[in-house]
Design a protein. Sequence first.
Length: 117
Amino acid sequence: VQLQASGGGLVQPGGSLRLSCAASGSIFSISALDWYRLAPGKQRELVASITNAGSTNYADSVKGRFIISRDNAKNTVYLKMDSLKPEDTAVYYCAAVDSTTYLPDYWGQGTQVTVSS
């Protein structure tokens, strides 16, 4: 499974961004798609996840501001981020959960999100 993330950038506080992650390869082996983030000096955080059935989960820090969605026809997962805060600044990674290991075994390259005025 290969994952290609895009959509990061610089945005002012209160602004919005949408990240995309296109999956290719052995898509049938994926049970869920996740977005993680890693900020300097902090541990990696699971931001949001969506299963093949469309069930979603969010970190408390982003609930009500971020929405994860997927387009199965395009094998793409999105992360719409609204009301961005400086503390959302991080490198965001998409990951695919393997349907046999139930672990995020496949990772895309990171995309930088910077929230600053």
